[in-house]
Design a protein around this ligand. Structure first.
Ligand SMILES: [Zn+2]
Ligand SMILES: [Zn+2]
Ligand SMILES: [Zn+2]
Length: 141
């Protein structure tokens, strides 16, 4: 078990929520999925893993995972939310094409450093961040 279990447990504890077997199954599946996914895909992934969990429950747990900082939600401009886990994954940010929905991952140490500087200046203790730049990808321009 990785650090994400302890982190999620602590988070749930603070919210007076239980680390139920269902929540654990969702956490397992989310951390076994190393690409972007939406809630419907997660329902299917869980099914393949032998867990029949309703879309509503998956949704609620994903929301908790976002609040705990373990999962990142990417608003891709369409109605579907796309998720990915952040802990145990190399940090990256996203370029999102508003035409075709393609996401391009990037990691730029200069941008990261600038964000730290802003936080320092405003005496803000950062926990996590998600930078999304919306526009048109090379194919859609
Ligand atoms: Zn970043
Ligand atoms: Zn595009
Ligand atoms: Zn990503």
């Amino acid at each position: 078990m990785g650090n994400e279990y302890e982190m999620f447990k602590q988070f749930l504890l603070k919210q007076n929520l239980k680390f139920t077997p269902q929540r654990k199954s969702i956490l397992d599946a989310v951390f076994a999925t190393h690409h972007h996914f939406d809630a419907d895909q997660m329902v299917l992934i869980l099914k393949e893993r032998g867990n029949e969990i309703s879309r509503a429950s998956v949704y609620r747990t994903l929301d908790l995972l976002i609040k705990s900082g373990l999962v990142n939600a990417l608003e891709l401009g369409n109605s579907k939310k796309t998720y990915e886990h952040v802990v145990g994954h190399k940090h990256h940010d996203h370029l999102i094409c508003v035409e075709c929905g393609r996401t391009i991952e990037f990691d730029d140490s200069f941008i990261e450093m600038l964000q730290e500087k802003v936080c320092d200046r405003l005496k803000f203790l950062a926990e996590h961040h998600s930078l999304r730049i919306f526009g048109k990808c090379e194919r859609c321009r």
